[in-house]
Design a binder for this molecule. Structure first.
Ligand code: TYM
Length: 348
């Protein structure tokens, strides 16, 4: 047996409310074409969500809403797997093993923990600190080879590779004895590409568009109706200059660069093509075109999400079926992990 694995995609989205255009363009919309060439696993990571306080009723609702967004965006839960993390115990079990593989020094370098914990670090949950180990477990419990994410997850994916590498080294003898010639866990490839890997706030082009921004005007939510989308784009911060005709003219103009990137991602082109069309035009005209495009692309998704949310039993059935299939993929991998680590019992 070797570790030349069939390509397998894994990605996750937290059910923490306010799913926004950044999540859609940086991640969910990019999941859709991968279904043609990969076996895909898309996970609503509810265990990650509780690393900061979640009202249980809202977590319940938001978990279904992320699943609805996956499906409304075009993910096929019959051909691929859609489920919520807490239904598959392998994630928690492997995360514990990775807590014992990853080094404190590695986690101390994680910028997202520093941002999320803020000044009151002593009061952050232990889960928030160990969060990247759970993320590595999500991916490696399926020995996934490719992970599509936005730019902000890059450091976590580097850590995932470090953990895989250290596990492969620490247990090299046992891994070889179990019949694996090239290490047990793969060196997962991040898939971070396209014009919208980092969508910025509509109110401040130097800040990432985020679920937790107190200003709702800073983001377009996937639940926003056409009027709200139009209002938010109209109010989006810009500078007084018209759009440049070439990408290098966007340097030092974060708001203009952000809107051009959003347009490019929504229309499936690149920033150069957008500037060719709108360069030297005033922002008002460009903004109207962006409103029309955003409404055209997002309204069908919002409508389909609403329709799906009206039938929660159907969503829950999809999540349970996905969890059963995810468990079936993870369980043989976990049996080998237990044997490799030296746990007596269920190794089988
Ligand atoms: P989360 O829930 O914060 O975000 C979900 C996805 O959306 C991307 N994203 C963005 N992309 C572009 N511009 C933005 N402004 C923007 N904001 C968010 C994120 O990069 C992500 O791809 N830790 C992950 C969830 C996770 C995961 C995993 C991902 C848990 N386990 C395993 C991949 C593989 C997170 O918090 O994403």
């Amino acid at each position: 047996m070797t570790t030349s694995l069939a390509p397998r995609v894994f990605s996750g989205v937290q059910p923490t409310g306010n799913l926004h255009l950044g999540n859609y363009l940086g991640a969910v919309s990019r999941f859709v074409p991968l279904q043609e060439s990969f076996e895909c696993i898309f996970c609503v990571v509810d265990m990650h969500a509780i690393t900061v306080w979640q009202e249980p009723k809202e977590l319940f609702h938001n978990t279904r809403e992320v699943a609805a967004a996956f499906i409304a965006a075009g993910i096929d839960p019959k051909r691929h797997i859609v489920f919520n993390q807490s239904q598959v115990q392998a994630h928690a079990e492997l995360a514990w093993i990775f807590n014992c593989v990853a080094r404190l020094g590695w986690l101390n370098r994680m910028t997202q923990f520093k941002e999320k914990a803020g000044k009151d670090r002593e009061n952050a949950s232990v889960g928030l600190y160990a969060y990247p180990n759970l993320m590595a477990a999500d991916i490696l419990a399926y020995r996934a080879t490719h992970v599509p994410v936005g730019e902000d997850q890059k450091q976590h994916l580097e850590l995932t590779r470090d953990i895989a590498q250290k596990f492969n080294n620490d247990y090299a003898e046992e891994i070889a004895a179990a019949g694996y010639a090239n290490g047990f866990f793969p060196m997962t490839e991040p898939l971070i590409a396209g014009p919208a890997t980092r969508v910025m706030s509509l109110r401040d082009g130097t800040k990432k568009m985020s679920k937790s921004d107190p200003s709702d005007l800073s983001r377009i939510n996937l639940t926003d109706d056409a009027d709200t989308i139009a209002k938010k784009i109209r109010k989006a911060k810009t500078d007084p200059e018209p759009l440049p005709t070439e990408a290098k003219g966007l340097e030092g103009r974060p708001e203009a660069a952000n809107l051009a990137g959003i347009y490019a991602a929504l229309s499936g082109t690149d920033v150069e093509a957008v500037l060719k069309e709108f360069g030297s035009a005033q922002f008002s005209g460009f903004k109207q075109a962006l409103i029309d495009l955003a409404v055209e692309k997002l309204s069908p998704i919002t409508g389909e999400m609403k329709r799906l949310m009206d039938d929660p039993t159907h969503i829950d059935a999809i999540l349970s079926d996905g969890a059963d299939r995810a468990r079936a993929l993870a369980e043989p991998i976990m049996r080998d992990v237990r044997k490799i680590v030296g746990f007596v019992g269920r190794a089988g």
